[in-house]
Design a protein around this ligand. Structure first.
Ligand code: TIU
Length: 222
């Protein structure tokens, strides 16, 4: 792999692909299927499914290139010991993290709903990080893992645009990692918030990062 120019907003990036990793954020049944956490919060989970095919295409290309691939899963151990009260007590009892749902206890590690959807399941050798927060760096070894591998750039995919992807982009920027979000590989429960989050990232000359899409990236990789 070598240097690649990727058309993006607010301007193209020229990245060394050996110093770039792909992160696939929280593509879990609890967020994408109708019976999990996302639905419990009153959302239309179907809005997230449009990310599946483009993420599959980007994953296939990244695997072919031998790129470092990181998958994250938001969730907590069965005793909820790492779940901050700000997450745990936000909703009425019965609709909370840890409560029983059709896919098992909501956002609890090891429950069916916590699992990554089969379509983008990690392959052996890919990194899977369990994260208790929204940003993928919070209480995870992500920062160290990236630095150990000499990675300075992140290609960001997954859900949701305005929550865990947005939080991860800001945290990456604070830690000195460049972040490029692929518009068609991220989605929100609200198309308006999806657009707002991406526009915030590229505003002010790219205050937190860059936005591109899977076609622009894959064209360059051919
Ligand atoms: N992964 C992630 O974004 N977690 C959320 O809770 N997202 C919502 O949009 N609620």
């Amino acid at each position: 792999m070598t240097e690649l120019t990727i058309p993006a907003r607010p301007h193209a990036v020229i990245w060394e692909m050996n110093e770039t990793a792909l992160i696939v954020i929280d593509m879990q049944k609890d967020f994408l299927y109708p019976d999990g956490y996302g639905a419990l919060l009153g959302n239309d989970t179907g809005l997230l499914l449009r990310t599946v095919a483009p993420i599959q295409a980007v994953l296939a290309a990244a695997r072919k290139q031998g790129m470092t691939i990181i998958h994250t899963r938001e969730g907590h151990p069965a005793d909820l010991s790492d779940c901050p009260p700000t997450k745990l007590t936000r909703w009425p009892a019965g609709n909370r993290i840890g409560d029983p749902g059709p896919m098992g206890r909501i956002l609890v590690q090891g429950e069916p709903g916590h699992g990554i959807i089969d379509e983008v399941a990690p392959l052996p050798g890919e990194i899977v990080l369990d994260k208790p927060g929204k940003n993928s760096f919070y209480r995870t070894p992500l920062d160290e893992l990236l630095r150990e591998q000499g990675i300075v750039n992140l290609i960001v995919t997954g859900v949701t645009t305005d929550v865990c992807c947005f939080a991860t982009v800001i945290a990456a920027n604070d830690r000195g990692f460049n972040a490029l979000v692929l518009d068609d590989c991220v989605a929100s429960y609200s198309p308006d918030r999806h657009t707002a989050a991406l526009e915030t990232i590229v505003a002010q000359g790219g205050i937190f990062g860059w936005v591109s899409d899977s076609t622009a990236l894959l064209d360059g990789w051919k």
